[in-house]
Design a protein around this ligand. Sequence first.
Ligand code: HEC
Length: 147
Amino acid sequence: MRPSTLLLVAVGLSAACGGEPRAPQAQAPVDSTPLAQAAYDPAMFDTISWPTLEAALERGQVVYRYSCMKCHGETGLGDAGFVRAGDTLRPPSFRDPDWRFANDKAGLREQVFVGTAEGMPHWGLVGLAPRDVDAVAVYILEGMRKR
Ligand code: HEC
């Protein structure tokens, strides 16, 4: 193999393992939220760990920008103004001091996995691996809210 071919193979491999999240899927229909609830098992997060907080934050930011920002806004204020079926979605701010998930990472991960019937797509059945759900939860709690 010529050196240039080797280089191409190496670049291809690193791209394949590079871990960019998949592009967000088409929004899951809200009536599949009960299916996501049925599939939810908090134990799926038990084996997830991060070498450093920074590593989780970095990954979580990528996930957030791909999958959440268009509705929740760049800084989590719920101000992105995403329009769906003629309705402008105004999700709650993640930044309120007494936000209901402020001290509830497990609840936050479950909400992201399961979605809601009111316009929050679920990410558990399609879209995000548990590791990325965990990363985005760390990003919201330790990045957006604290930095
Ligand atoms: C299509 C728009 C949309 C996208 C994309 C989206 N959300 Fe939401 N999200 C909403 C809406 C609308 C609500 C409010 C739902 C409700 O009132 O039940 C919400 C609610 C939430 C809540 C509950 C907030 C609370 O205070 O109760 C969390 C947590 C959340 N979203 C996290 C995320 C994360 C993390 C992502 C990315 C993985 C994401 N959302 C992607 C629209 C979206």
